[in-house]
Design a protein around this ligand. Structure first.
Ligand code: HEC
Ligand code: HEC
Length: 281
C-alpha cells in the first residue's frame, strides 16, 4: 500500500514536471502561432476582416473604394466559406502576388502590394495563427465594382504594371532597428495604403512614398510634414497612445492606433518611429 502510494506520488510529480517543461519550451508550432498573432495585430488584419466583433476574422466587411465596394474575405478555418482547405502555398501566393487559389486576382483593397514584402516565415506564422481561430461559416458577398473594374482579370494588368513582389532586402548601412521599422511600416503596417498618393488606378505613385493622400498627412520630409518637428519619442507616443502633445489621431487613424500600434510591443513601435523619423529630416 505504502509502496504503491509512493509510486503514485512519483508519477504525479513526474507529470507536473513534464507539464512545467512543456510550458517553458514552446514547440516550433506554438512559437509560430504566438508570433503570427503579433503579426496579425501589426498588420491590423482584423480592421478589415472583422465585420461583427462576435465573429472575429469572418470577413464580410464592406470596403469602399473609388471603383466601387468590395467585401473582405473570411479568414477563419471554415471549410466552405473560409480558408481551411488552403495549402501553405495558396496563402503565400495570396499575400505575395495577390493571386487566389483558383488563379483569379485580388483587388488591392486587400493591401497585398505591401504584404508582398513579408518574409515567408512571417507569412506562414500568420497562417498558423489564423488556423487556430474558431471556424465561422460566413459566405461573403461578391464585389460591387464599376465597369471595367468588375473584371478581376484586369488586375493581371494592374499587377504587371504596379506590383513589385518580393521581400525588402535589409539596408546594410542602417541598423537593425531602422530595418525592422522599415519592414513594419512598408510591409505589414501598410501605412502607405493611406499615406501615399495614388495614381488614377489606385496604385501608389512612384517615388512619393508617404507623401500624404487626402486626409492622411504626409509623413516624409516634404513641406508641411509634421514629422520633421516630432521627435522619435513623440512619434512613438502617438502610435502607442493615439495622441501626443502635438496631435491626436482622428476618426481614420485612431482605429489603427487603438487596434494595431497600441497593441504591438514597444520595441517594434519604436523601430517604426525611428524609420519614420529618418524619412522626415
Ligand atoms: C484595408 C483592408 C484589409 C486589410 C488591412 C487586410 N485585408 Fe485581407 N482582404 C481585404 C479584402 C477587401 C479582401 C478581398 C479581396 C478581393 O476579393 O479581391 C481580402 C482578402 C484576403 C485574403 C484572400 C482570402 C480568400 O478567401 O480569397 C487573404 C488570405 C487575406 N485577405 C489576408 C489578410 C491578412 C493576413 C491581413 C493582415 C496581415 C489582411 N488580409 C489585412 C482587405 C484587407
Ligand atoms: C486607413 C488609413 C490609414 C492608415 C492605414 C494609416 N494611417 Fe496614419 N493617418 C491617417 C489619417 C487620415 C490621419 C490624420 C488623422 C485622422 O484623420 O485620423 C493619420 C495620421 C497619422 C499620423 C499623425 C500625422 C500628423 O501630422 O498629425 C501619423 C504619425 C501616422 N498617421 C502614422 C501612420 C503609420 C505609422 C501607419 C502605419 C502603421 C499609418 N499611419 C496607417 C490614415 C491612415
Amino acid at each position: 500500500m505504502q509502496h504503491s502510494g509512493r509510486s503514485l506520488a512519483t508519477i504525479l510529480v513526474g507529470l507536473l514536471l513534464c507539464g512545467a517543461f512543456r510550458a517553458e519550451a514552446a514547440t516550433p508550432a506554438e512559437e509560430a502561432i504566438a508570433r503570427g498573432k503579433a503579426l496579425v495585430v501589426a498588420g491590423d488584419c482584423a480592421g478589415c476582416h472583422t465585420a461583427d466583433p462576435a465573429k472575429p476574422f469572418a470577413g464580410g466587411k464592406r470596403i469602399e473604394s473609388r471603383f466601387g465596394s468590395i467585401y473582405s474575405a473570411n479568414l477563419t478555418p471554415d471549410r466552405e466559406t473560409g480558408i481551411r482547405g488552403w495549402r501553405d502555398e495558396d496563402f503565400l501566393q495570396a499575400l505575395r502576388h495577390g493571386v487566389a487559389p483558383d488563379g483569379s486576382r485580388y483587388y488591392p483593397a486587400f493591401p497585398y502590394p505591401y504584404f508582398s514584402k513579408l518574409i515567408r516565415d512571417d507569412m506562414l506564422a500568420i497562417r498558423a495563427y489564423l488556423g487556430t481561430l474558431e471556424p465561422v461559416r460566413n459566405a461573403v458577398p461578391s464585389p460591387d465594382l464599376r465597369f471595367p473594374f468588375n473584371f478581376r482579370v484586369g488586375m493581371r494588368l494592374w499587377n504587371w504594371l504596379y506590383l513589385q513582389p518580393g521581400i525588402l532586402m535589409p539596408d546594410q548601412a542602417k541598423g537593425a532597428e531602422w530595418n525592422r521599422g522599415r519592414y513594419l511600416v512598408e510591409g505589414l503596417g501598410h501605412c502607405g495604403a493611406c499615406h501615399t498618393p495614388k495614381n488614377f488606378l489606385g496604385a501608389d505613385k512612384a517615388g512619393q512614398a508617404l507623401a500624404g493622400n487626402g486626409a492622411a498627412p504626409r509623413l516624409d520630409s516634404g513641406d508641411g510634414s509634421a514629422m520633421k518637428s516630432w521627435s522619435v519619442d513623440e512619434i512613438t507616443e502617438y502610435l502607442r497612445k493615439g495622441s501626443n502633445a502635438k496631435a491626436k489621431a482622428g476618426p481614420v487613424m485612431s482605429p489603427i492606433t487603438t487596434n494595431s500600434t497600441s497593441q504591438m510591443n514597444e520595441k517594434d513601435v519604436r523601430a517604426m518611429a525611428v524609420y519614420l523619423k529618418s524619412l522626415a529630416r
